[in-house]
Design a protein around this ligand. Structure first.
Ligand SMILES: O=C(O)CCC(=O)C(=O)O
Ligand SMILES: [Fe+2]
Length: 320
């Protein structure tokens, strides 16, 4: 038997619940994050209409001709805004690139915070006015849900509930629309080529909007790949390397991947929309004192989020 704890939690229990419900939510998310690093979340605050329209717009974008999409490719931004074409990103240490293309949208600073100067502008798609509106709306919804989840995690860690608030306010988070394109000739595929190679996410936590097809798998502690199943209306949330680093490995950034479909389904596309929740670039990721003791000596050097991100973007081939 493969033991794995991916509980389904109701975010309403934390946001609108009694003290007992809030405490239970913190415990459950904390437990799951110390064991498997993954949960699924119901009542995350995004309506079904918004999620449906997001998929309509994301599909429209990736259906645009390649030469139109390429107008939105900005190599000097290391894929952080706009379009990144097929064959660009690979998992750290992987021999071949992932079988995907993607779009990224970043923070919109509206309150005069000088941090705005650090972020490149978002790229608007001229051909699809609703795409721009809907992706911004989804970004804001997932950011709000993520901030609640970080409060619950802070409580679990014994920190002040608001510990993360200033660190992630106007943070460097990214919404990514991914298209895993059809594999038209499976025989021509490089033997190691997969939709998304085994990897860990770079950021604090990832909130993933239900993929349009199966394929996401997590690596369990006994080295078995285990498929992540969700109800379509839920989101999947996992720990990233920044949170693992900050918590000195108490919370686990679990390795995951997206496998290729069986041969008969290879001509179908797969879409997914992860939101990578990042702090501001200057935030210190040094291991928290509450996570260091004799049994758990400090495992990482001190670094800011910006320094760490830079190192990781080079490793995955997005930054030269
Ligand atoms: O497409 C998915 O289901 C997961 C994508 C993912 O893990 C990522 O982009 O980091
Ligand atoms: Fe991932």
């Amino acid at each position: 038997m493969t033991e794995i704890n991916i509980p389904r939690l109701d975010l309403n229990d934390y946001v609108h619940g009694s003290d007992e419900q809030k405490a239970a939510f913190s415990d459950q998310i904390g437990q799951a994050f110390t064991e498997t690093g993954f949960v699924t979340i119901a009542n995350h605050g995004m309506t079904k209409e918004l999620m449906d329209e997001l998929y309509v717009e994301v599909k429209k974008f990736f259906s645009l001709p390649d030469e139109v999409k390429r107008k939105y490719e900005i190599p000097e931004l290391a894929g952080q805004r706009g379009y990144t074409g097929k064959g660009k990103e690979k998992a750290k240490g992987a021999p071949v690139p992932d079988l995907k293309e993607f779009w990224q949208r970043g923070q919109t600073v509206t309150d005069g915070d000088p941090v705005k100067a650090q972020y490149p502008d978002n790229v608007e798609v001229e051909e699809l006015p609703r795409f721009n509106v809907v992706t911004r709306e989804v970004y804001e919804c997932l950011e709000r849900a993520g901030k609640h989840l970080l409060k619950a995690i802070a409580v679990y860690l014994g920190l002040d509930e608001n510990y993360f608030d200033t660190k992630v306010h106007n943070g460097n988070s990214i919404l990514r629309g991914i298209h895993y394109f059809p594999i038209l000739d499976p025989d021509a595929l490089a033997p190691d080529a997969v939709r998304a190679g085994a990897h860990e996410d770079i950021n604090l936590i990832t909130l993933l909007i239900g993929a349009s097809a199966d394929g996401l798998e997590v690596l369990t502690r006994n080295d078995v790949w285990y498929p992540v199943k969700t109800q379509v209306e839920d989101i999947v949330v996992n720990v990233g390397d920044m949170l693992q680093r900050l918590t000195n490995n108490k919370l686990k950034s679990t390795t995951h991947r997206v496998v290729n479909p069986p041969r008969e389904l290879m001509k179908a596309s797969r879409f997914s929309v992860p939101f990578f929740l990042h702090p501001k670039l200057e935030v210190d990721l040094s291991c928290l004192d509450v996570c260091i003791d004799a049994a758990h000596p400090k495992a990482y050097s001190d670094m800011t989020a910006g320094e760490y991100l830079d190192e990781r973007l080079r490793e995955i081939g997005l930054k030269m």
